[in-house]
Design a protein around this ligand. Structure first.
Ligand code: URP
Ligand code: ZN
Ligand code: ZN
Ligand code: ZN
Length: 485
């Protein structure tokens, strides 16, 4: 079996930084140490050798708001590899009344184009006995241990509190973890109608219809429901202090709650929506919307403090033509932005180069924490013998200016257009296969494999044990007054 050695670099993991070579054989790391040799050498002089990025939140070829997101598993995973990301976790999304297994089959078909490994979360978009029953098959047979709930998109994907509570309890039984898109969908629907009635129909009104309170309220509600159901909770695209505060408070109270800021929210702010160019603003319409600098500071602080654990993209890219479905009515602008190719270089540039986070924290929030939270560590997210050789050789001196003209994504613009990044992959390896050399992608459709994720033995045992121990119990009384007196 041919081997490769990455030589001359510095290994950077979530907790260590040291000089070493890394040897790869059969798609796995087989040795880490000084002076290694192999059949092929990759020169890492001046570079950091890190676990490849994992994006825990993407929507590739997603049917949404009357259209499909424009990046599929081909262009989406090419974009990932170009930016040093070696795995994506996408969402299988059943339509109303559709079987979970049928939806999963559709996502299985789409993902056969993937250039890197991938996994799925399952969305709970409706509730019934069939969903309750199929959740077990999804967890025990299909290798999916996370279930997403939309508290927004009323009339489409949104679930009610009773459905969410039922689903969270089912997650608890199965050792799975619920996730939430936390925005109060009822309030958003009301505010949207009011704004439209007042003639406020431009893309900026999308942001007005989703103030930070709708996110803070829903985040807190989901946290409390999860606590009552006895499950851990993963809050996607945490964008503001109110949501962060709820997560922080919950964690301090001993609840297992995770928060996921996006690179877009960390680096782009609400001023984008006041741009006089309709297209410019509409291209940045996503939920939750971009916030002000104070909220951005809160998210950065959360990453450094550990109250927020993960940086994702929620990559859900629509072309300008698709965005124009919402001309004259902001509620019809497809919600979503891209970022797969830019997450790692942007986070390095605005996080590590500015001193907001360390290199080791960078590895933690882009890879290792995600692998642990999603229960696929140390196969993924680890620099350990036996782990998959999903690696990035990171050149901290390499720079580029982000431009749609040179991106892998299929859309015609980039929300980070014109930003200069410093810190880019020299090589990206997916299970030992070199998929990127100095900015040039070496595609291989179908190389990507599905990564099964088992239920959570430790957290779910701890939570169910504690739940049982502290459950309300009938009081056995000695003195009972006679009845009918
Ligand atoms: O606006 C967004 N975030 N679009 C993608 C779907 C979702 O809500 O995650
Ligand atoms: Zn969402
Ligand atoms: Zn513009
Ligand atoms: Zn999403």
């Amino acid at each position: 079996m041919a081997s490769k050695v990455i030589k001359g670099g510095t290994v950077v993991t979530a907790d260590l930084t040291y000089k070493a070579d890394v040897k790869i054989e059969g798609g796995k790391i087989v040795e880490i140490g000084p002076n290694l040799s192999g059949d092929e050498t990759l020169d890492a002089t001046g570079c950091y050798i890190m676990p490849g990025g994992i994006d825990p939140h993407t929507h590739l070829e997603m049917p949404f708001m009357g259209t499909y997101s424009a990046d599929n598993f081909d262009s989406g995973t090419r974009a990932a590899l170009a930016g040093g990301t070696t795995m994506v976790v996408d969402f299988a999304l059943p339509s109303p009344d559709q079987s979970l297994l049928e939806a999963l089959q559709m996502w299985d078909n789409k993902s056969s184009m993937a250039h890197c490994d991938y996994s799925f979360h399952m969305a709970i978009t409706w509730w019934g006995e069939k969903v309750f029953n199929e959740m077990e098959t999804i967890v025990r047979e299909k290798g999916i241990n996370t279930f997403k709930h939309f508290m927004a998109y009323k009339g489409a994907l949104m679930v009610q509190d009773d459905e969410m509570y039922a689903s969270f309890k089912r997650c608890a039984e199965l050792g799975a973890m619920p996730m939430v898109h936390a925005e109060n969908g009822d309030v958003v629907a009301d505010l949207s109608a009011q704004l439209l009635a007042e003639g406020n129909n431009g893309p900026e009104a999308h942001a007005y219809s989703r103030p930070t309170q709708v996110e803070g309220e829903a985040t807190n509600r989901a946290i409390m429901i999860a606590d009552m159901a006895g499950v851990p909770l993963y809050v996607v695209h945490t964008s503001c202090e109110e949501a962060h505060e709820a997560i922080r408070r919950a964690r301090q109270a001993g609840k297992r709650v995770f928060g996921e800021p996006l690179i877009q929210h960390l680096t782009l702010d609400e001023s984008e929506y006041s741009n006089p160019d309709w297209d410019h603003a509409a291209r940045r319409v996503m939920s939750p919307p971009f916030r002000n600098k104070a909220h951005q500071d809160s998210l950065w602080a959360g990453l450094a403090a550990g109250s927020l654990q993960v940086v994702a993209t929620d990559h859900c890219a629509f072309t300008t033509d698709q965005k124009r479905f919402g001309l004259g009515d902001f509620t019809k602008i497809p919600n979503g932005t891209g970022g797969l190719e830019d997450r790692m270089p942007m986070l390095w540039t605005y996080g590590v180069n500015t001193g907001r986070i360390t290199m080791n924290e960078f590895v933690a929030v882009t890879s290792t924490n995600i692998a642990k939270i999603m229960n696929m560590y140390p196969k993924k997210g680890a620099m350990l013998v036996g782990a998959d050789a999903d690696l990035v050789v990171w050149d901290p001196e390499k720079t580029k200016t982000i431009s749609a003209a040179s991106q892998q994504s299929a859309i015609d613009y980039n929300v980070f257009e014109g930003k200069t990044v410093k810190g880019l992959p020299r090589f990206t390896l997916t299970r030992g296969r070199v998929a990127l050399v100095d900015g040039e992608i070496k595609p291989q459709q179908g190389h990507g494999e599905f990564v099964k994720r088992e239920p959570y033995p430790a957290v779910s045992k701890a939570l169910s044990t504690w739940k049982e121990l502290t459950a309300p119990r009938k009081v056995e009384r000695t003195g009972i007054p006679a009845t009918g007196v």
